[in-house]
Design a protein around this ligand. Structure first.
Ligand code: G1P
Length: 288
C-alpha cells in the first residue's frame, strides 16, 4: 500500500462569512488564542505523518505561506534579546514540513481547487484537509484516524460525523452500508434537503483519496452556481472503486462560521495550560 505523504489544503476562498476582517486577513489566519487556525490543521497533518503540504491559494494569501517560512530578522531580534523560548517556537514552525503553493485563479468550487493540485500531487494517494474544520481529539489526530481505515482497506476514506437532522443540509451526506465493521460509501450527495438526505452521516473536511479522483473531477459538471463540487467528484469515484467512511472520534469546530469559531476560542482557551485556569475563573464569574 502506498504511503500518504502529501496533503492538499484549499485556502483560496474569499472568506465572505468573516467580513470585514477577511478584507485584509485570510480566514485561515484568524487566531485561536495565538496560533492561526491553519496551524492547528498543519499540526494535525504532521502528527499523522504528512511530509508535504500543498496550499491551493488565491489572491492575497501570501501571508499564509509566509507564516510557515523562516523569519530571519525576527529570529535575529529574539536571539539578541535572549528570548530563546520564543525563538524556538518560530523555528519549530518553519521546520514543520515542506510547503508548496498552487494558484486557483478563479473561485470555481472545492472540487476545482483540488484539481489545481493535480500536478503537485502526481500519481499517488493524498489527503485533503479543509481548514474550516478543526477537530480536537484525545484519541488520535483526525487524519490519523482516517489513515488507520486506509491501512485496513487500501481505498479512499472520508471523514464522517453524525449531525442532527435539521443541520444536515449544510453538508455533504453519505449513503453508507456497514460491511464487516467498516462503513462503505455507496454514494454521496452535497447539501441535500432534510427530506432527501440519505443518512445523518455528514462529510467532515478530511479526505484520503486515490489519484483516480482527478479524472472524476475533470469529468464533473458544474453545479447550479457554476462550481465543481468535490462531493460530486467523490460520488463518481465511489461508483468505480471502493470508498470507506471513518466516523471520527473527537469534537469538531466549524471555524468557517462565527459561532463555531467562538466556541473553538472558548474551548481552546480552557484547554491550554497557560490560559485555562484564569480563563475558567473568569467564565465562572460572568453573570450570564
Ligand atoms: C464543504 C463540503 C461539504 C462538507 C463540508 C464540511 O462544504 O463541500 O461536503 O460536508 O465542507 O465542512 P462548505 O462548508 O465549504 O460549504
Amino acid at each position: 500500500m502506498r504511503k500518504i505523504r502529501k496533503a492538499v489544503l484549499p485556502v483560496a476562498g474569499a472568506g465572505t462569512r468573516f467580513l470585514p476582517i477577511t478584507k485584509s486577513v485570510p480566514k485561515e489566519m484568524l487566531p485561536l488564542i495565538d496560533k492561526p487556525v491553519i496551524h492547528y490543521v498543519v499540526d494535525e497533518a504532521v502528527k499523522s505523518g504528512i511530509e508535504e503540504i500543498i496550499l491551493v491559494t488565491g489572491a492575497n494569501k501570501n501571508v499564509i505561506k509566509n507564516y510557515f517560512e523562516t523569519s530571519p530578522e525576527l529570529e535575529r531580534f529574539l536571539e539578541e534579546k535572549d528570548k530563546m523560548a520564543d525563538l524556538q517556537v518560530l523555528r519549530d514552525i518553519s521546520r514543520l514540513c515542506r510547503f508548496s503553493c498552487v494558484l486557483q485563479k478563479k473561485p470555481l468550487g472545492l472540487g476545482h481547487a483540488v484539481l489545481q493540485a493535480r500536478d503537485a500531487v502526481g500519481d499517488e494517494p493524498f489527503a485533503v484537509m479543509l481548514v474550516d474544520d478543526i477537530i480536537y481529539s484525545k484519541e488520535a489526530p483526525a487524519l490519523k484516524q482516517l489513515l488507520n481505515t486506509y491501512e485496513e482497506t487500501g481505498s479512499s476514506v472520508i471523514a464522517l460525523q453524525k449531525i442532527p437532522k435539521d443541520k444536515i443540509s449544510a453538508y455533504g451526506v453519505a449513503d453508507p452500508v456497514w460491511e464487516a465493521g467498516n462503513c462503505r460509501i455507496k454514494s454521496l450527495v452535497e447539501k441535500p434537503s432534510v427530506e432527501t438526505a440519505p443518512s445523518d452521516l455528514a462529510v467532515v473536511g478530511r479526505y484520503l483519496l486515490t489519484p483516480a479522483v482527478f479524472d472524476h473531477l475533470e469529468r464533473t459538471d458544474r453545479d447550479k452556481s457554476g462550481e465543481i463540487q468535490l462531493t460530486a467528484g467523490l460520488n463518481s469515484l465511489c461508483g468505480e472503486e471502493a470508498m470507506y467512511g471513518c466516523v471520527l472520534e473527537g469534537k469538531r469546530y466549524d471555524c468557517g462560521n462565527r459561532v463555531g469559531f467562538l466556541k473553538a476560542c472558548v474551548d481552546f482557551g480552557l484547554l491550554r495550560k497557560d490560559t485555562g485556569n484564569e480563563f475558567r475563573e473568569y467564565l465562572k464569574s460572568l453573570d450570564l
